[in-house]
Design a protein around this ligand. Structure first.
Ligand code: SF4
Length: 316
């Protein structure tokens, strides 16, 4: 396995890469543009993959008696079998272990992974009241359960975007561990440097990860790596919530308790209380702590990824 140099993201091709939409256009997307200097994209357009041209007739999901088909919106041409074949080929040739995250075009009957409109028929009929998932997006979501999947609309939300980037870069870092010539040594460094980031997400999972790294049972390195990989999925599935990560902030604060003045300590604890009321951001608190890391030259904390778990440009 060669050492990966950059995270790899699977992305719908119409999000900036290719004029492949039904109307011959592509979509501008600021976030995907921002990511380009930092990640490698694998792009996919399933509709063109089944041999459709661009421009083309728009496609919709038609659901009758609980069975969904992918059809031309007005012609009723049935693309279902071709699309299912395309999806099967895609899964046969795409290695999930080499992908760190997925961005799909939202609301598309093909790429949308949830909240997609469907209809009772082709032609001029209103959409059904319920929503479904697109053919490709839904299949990807089911197949790649361990990967973080978002659409470009949800990624406008700051918290969702932060979690997406954190998961992508954590997963990428772990792929580097797996590809290392000394995986257990690399795992130790990975675990140490990510300690406070993992704690912010899920303290119980951090404990279990620590036990795996300690390897008291003297397992083979492949078993240790595999167990750690499994447990990391709990972190990806966790959310950064004030109730959970205040403990982590106080742990970091503890490093400076003998160095700070009473006023500085009072100020920080007040900001933490405001954070719990959603009046101060998590990043503002991290910035205060980071300033103290620099000021007091706290070597151990300098390497902690909680302060920079992805490139700063992407946090805009
Ligand atoms: S949403 Fe998916 S299928 Fe539709 S144009 Fe974009 S990449 Fe192609």
């Amino acid at each position: 396995m060669s050492r990966p140099e950059r995270p790899k993201i699977l992305c719908s091709a119409c999000l900036t890469f290719c004029n492949c939409r039904y109307d011959g256009s592509r979509l501008n997307n600021e976030f995907v543009e921002m990511l380009k200097p930092y990640v490698d994209f694998v792009t996919v357009c399933p509709e063109m993959g089944i041999g459709e041209p661009s421009p083309r007739e728009a496609i919709r999901i038609v659901t009758k008696s609980g069975v969904s088909r992918l059809m031309g919106s007005y012609s009723g041409i049935d693309h279902t079998d071709k699309m299912n074949q395309y999806i099967a080929n895609f899964f046969a040739t795409t290695e999930v272990a080499e992908i760190d995250g997925i961005i799909l075009k939202g609301k598309s009957p093909t790429c949308g992974f949830k909240d997609v409109k469907h209809y009772g028929n082709f032609g001029k009929v209103p959409a059904l009241m319920t929503k479904t998932s697109g053919f490709f997006g839904g299949a990807v979501k089911n197949r790649f359960k361990e990967l973080i999947i978002e659409d470009e609309g949800r990624l406008l939300n700051r918290e969702i975007r932060d979690h997406f980037l954190t998961s992508v870069f954590l997963r990428f870092g772990f792929r580097q561990v797996k590809a290392s010539s000394q995986p257990l040594k690399a795992l130790n460094t990975y675990h140490t440097n990510n300690k406070y980031l993992l704690m912010a997400y899920n303290q119980a999972a951090l404990k279990r990860l620590g036990t795996i790294v300690a390897n008291h049972a003297h397992l083979e390195s492949a078993e240790v790596i595999s167990a750690y990989d499994q447990e990391l999925n709990v972190i990806y599935a966790s959310q950064l919530k004030p109730g959970k990560n205040v403990n982590m902030l106080l742990h970091l604060f503890g490093y400076f308790k003998n160095d700070l003045s009473a006023d500085e300590k009072k100020f920080f604890l007040e900001q933490v209380a405001l954070y719990q009321k959603d009046l101060v951001t998590f990043s503002a608190l991290l910035l205060i702590l980071k300033a103290w890391v620099v000021r007091f030259d706290e070597t151990y904390l300098k390497e902690q990824t909680i302060f920079s778990h992805y490139p700063i440009d992407l946090g805009r």
